[in-house]
Design a protein. Sequence first.
Length: 518
Amino acid sequence: MSEALSPAQKSRGIIAFIERAGQKIPDPVVIFMFLFAFVLVLTSLIGGMQFDVMGADGGAVTHSIKNMLDTEHVRWLFDNALLQNWLAFGRGVLGVILIVMLAVGIAEHSGLLAALIKKVGLHISDRWLPYMIVFLGIMSSVASDAGYLVLIPLAGLLYAGLGKNPLIGMAAAFAGVSAGFSANLIPATPSDVILGVNARIFAESQGVPFTTASGEPLNPATMHYYFIVVSTIMLTLIGAWVTKRFVAPRLSAMTYELPDDLKLDDFKLTAQEQKGLRMAGLGLLAALLGIYLLATGPLAPYSNAAGRQVTPYLDNVILLISFVFVVVGMCYGVTTRKFKSLQDVVKAMVKQMNTMGYILVLTFFCYNFLALLSYSGLGTYVTYLGATFLGSLGLQSFPIALIIGFILTTAFINLFVGGMTSKWMLLGPIFVPMLYQVNPNMTPDLVTAAYRVADSSTNIITPMMTYAGVVLAFMRKYKPELKFGDVISMMVPYSAAFLVMWTLVLVIFFAFGLPLGF
């Protein structure tokens, strides 16, 4: 190993420990299976127990725990397992997720997202290259495969073409794609939908209002939009600064090799792709015009019979954003001949759904467990115990300490348990209601934003991350003896800087009462 990366040797003990511990943690699906069985047994032991919690009016509300092995409750489990507790859980949240993924799948499998990355990445000066690479990495989170499989190797080629260590560009791209995963300039991305709609489920299942601290209703898909826009700008600047200040000087002193078969023009756009991007641009304008006509016509705001202001275009923002992805993806795919018929579009959607198999399995067991937790009353009891414990520590008077504590806890767990969705399914049902009970300022949108910060920031320093092996393989093209401990050593400055500064941004939003979204 090169002397430039020798500090990684000292960290290998920690890395090895994380790898061993992570490998011993069961898949989240298995965890939910055991949790389901555990709740059945536990409720049979403490069924009938009552406890009091504070109600919305400040008075005591009595809750009791149901024995889920009683006949009527066993019938409830079977009668609701497929429809109410899975497919219709949380107002049909699974269907919403699938619709978004279908639309993104058309844009992704048409080649549009990969072409956009190449287009921008190949037309930027040396001075602004770190900024653009980190920014493109963050934006690529709308279709993570494009970021990992296109941008990271492209960044290496761009730096190699400039006569610099390719690992510098690849590190910057990795930081943007993975550590900046939860930020974006596009509203209602798949991660927005998954986090938002499930946060609403976690809140409403235990009587927590899905509103801001001022009582304004939250839109699950856009409740963080202002925050993630600011985060995108901040992470781009911080990521570029870390690249220039720490990573580039360190890696510039390290030897590397260029593969014999490496072609620096591998990622150049073809004339057909250039034409496709122009047509996609026209499609974007047409789609935005269509949304404007809808928002000022059939989906325009109105007052209902109760005098309440209704905004249909915001209530349907997920479908509208999906519509944009479909239009621009179709325009690009048809122009480049990727889509020669509607059957090709269907194949693109089917291919995208093939990646959703795990989500279907996960949500079946997860949503049935969450429904069981809510119906039995055990979820409310766990929240009550946690809130009581945190209150006994006096933390109800220090909401900022609660925010930071939750971020650090989640960031640590992320080192051992990968997967944004599965981890949110485990932590969200506990912390969303619990932190609200401790302090009503800890609203669902604030807790979910804190989860975004923590989950993304440590992705690049854990071997448990899904694409960890892929990134290592890409980097080994230029440094064959590279080990993942060396990659982690390379990425620690990004992770630390993102975690600190991103937390600071969230604290500023909270301290000054700034809206996280709309």
